[in-house]
Ligand binder design. Structure first.
Ligand code: SF4
Length: 484
């Protein structure tokens, strides 16, 4: 192929096959963190880039270090920013990446790339692609291969449906090194991860998906999902964790995939994330989920205070949560709720009310302690900023936090959050009833009440769960920040 480089002499001809061209063909994809999952977001672009003729290497920083041998001849290094934690780690890793890949063009893709555009451009990353990023990523790699390096900053959020091919997982650490499934009877299963859709058709105000997808979702082709599941089963997966923001955005699509998955792999179990509203609207589908091998459903309940749920535009109430839990239990599916207990609207009494409700619903064993410590993050572009009067509660955007800091009007609430986060971290691996009891004591002490004894409390069933707790918005630990 004869290629003209518009950044150089317009009459010069690049004949392609030179050692420089060879150098220009290597793309390194880096995923800083993805909840202990073997990432679809490394495997899917790898397949598309390899098909376009690129030499692709992957680095998963949750398990691997930045390897000089992998990076030193890279022409393009791409970091996937799927969540807040990953973005913080990526920013911390940038200087080292620059040092190890001195000739490489840098780009960032994924949900958190466009929302942090100002900061990331300031850090020298010219190309940021959010949403359905793969075709633009391949186009960028083509430009780099042709010597046509980006000359100015660009941020894009393409949402056109991607024609995926089977994700290429051959260069990733083996599945057994990732998070595994822990069963109530003490057994374990190897877990595979895939996605049937990306984006979301809902507009929950605090959700990081919303500023990028703005109420849209995009399916991954059924054949691609099934082929991805199959290759992970061959690699040892006994359980599939679907990473869709909401598995029931397209219930027909989801059910068709499950039907074929069950027919091909009758012993495979799975879990998925489904919002309370969808669990109620599609309650008739719960038997099909169970019959297809669903062990548990993660649901972003966030709060049990109806006024806070209204602020977050969650489209469910406290009563809806209890009803959805009951429906799941009736159908033999565990519900794993997640929470954002500390918001500017949280009161000390309200926090105690949340703990009491978790106890009343016999959910203590279903809630990792960190879920009782999470503080609302307000990233750039958050729909919370559209809530009348909310922006006035915030401080100036803080690039080091990737968000707008806020302080609670009652400083005792912020103090309690810090105590509970420290306790949750300390007791992360302790029995959940022990951690809950410690948090129970702290919450009562904060309001000056004696904590009722939990000696005879019913903490509920131990549920199947992944060994890595689900929380996308936490600050990275020191260990994560130093691991690469
Ligand atoms: S919180 Fe869940 S349901 Fe709401 S917008 Fe985000 S992904 Fe969609």
């Amino acid at each position: 192929m004869i290629v003209q480089n518009p950044n150089s002499d317009p009459f010069a001809i690049d004949w392609g096959a030179s050692s420089d061209a060879q150098l220009a063909c290597k793309v390194v994809l880096i995923n800083p963190y993805e909840l202990g999952r073997q990432s679809f977001n490394l495997a899917a672009p790898t397949a598309l880039l390899k098909t376009a003729g690129f030499d692709v290497a992957c680095l998963d920083l949750s398990l691997q270090k930045l390897d000089p041998a992998v990076l030193n001849d890279a022409a393009l290094v791409v970091l996937h920013l799927g969540m807040h934690t990953a973005t913080r780690i990526a920013i911390a890793a940038l200087p080292k990446i620059r040092e190890l890949a001195p000739h490489a063009e840098l780009a960032m893709v994924g949900l958190y790339a466009p929302v942090n555009a100002a900061l990331l451009h300031e850090l020298g990353v010219k190309t940021l692609i959010g949403g359905e990023y793969e075709p633009e990523l391949v186009a960028l790699a083509e430009r780099v291969r042709n010597g046509d390096l980006p000359s100015h900053n660009s941020t894009s959020v393409p949402l056109a449906k991607v024609e995926f091919i089977t994700p290429d997982r051959s260069g990733l650490p083996r599945l057994t090194r990732y998070a595994h499934l822990m069963l109530p009877d003490g057994g374990q299963k190897t877990v595979g991860f895939t996605e049937t859709t990306r984006g979301c058709k809902h507009l929950c105000r605090h959700c990081p998906v919303v500023p990028v997808y703005q109420g849209k979702f995009r399916p991954v082709q059924m054949g691609v999902v099934l082929a991805d599941i199959e290759q992970q089963v061959v690699a040892g997966a006994q359980h599939i964790s679907f990473g869709d923001p909401d598995f029931f955005n397209g219930p027909t699509h989801a059910l068709r995939i499950l039907e074929t998955m069950r027919a091909r792999f009758p012993n495979l179990s799975f879990d998925a994330t489904i919002k309370i509203q969808h669990l109620l609207e599609h309650a008739d589908l719960l038997p099909a989920l169970r019959d297809a091998g669903c062990l548990f459903i993660t649901s972003a309940v966030e709060a049990v205070d109806d006024a806070i749920l209204e602020h977050l535009d969650k489209h469910h109430t406290r009563a809806d949560f209890a009803r959805a839990l009951q429906l799941c239990r009736e159908h033999g599916i565990f519900l794993a709720p997640t929470f954002v207990p500390f918001t500017p609207w949280t009161t000390l009494d309200g926090y105690l009310d949340l703990l009491r409700e978790i106890l009343r619903l016999k959910l203590v064993q279903a809630v990792p302690p960190v879920q009782l410590a999470i503080r609302l993050l307000v990233p750039q572009g958050s729909y919370l900023l559209q809530l009348p009067g909310f922006a006035e509660r915030l401080q100036r955007f803080d690039p080091s936090l990737l968000g707008y800091p806020w302080q609670h009007a009652d400083e005792r609430v912020d103090a309690l959050q810090q105590q509970i986060m420290a306790t949750a971290m300390q007791l992360e691996t302790a029995p959940r009833d022990e951690a809950f009891n410690a948090i129970w004591q702290l919450a009562h002490a904060a309001v000056g009440l004696p904590a009722p004894s939990l000696a005879h409390a019913d903490f509920g069933e131990t549920i199947a769960r992944l060994s890595e707790p689900w929380y996308c918005c936490a600050e990275p630990t020191d260990q994560q920040l130093q691991s690469f």
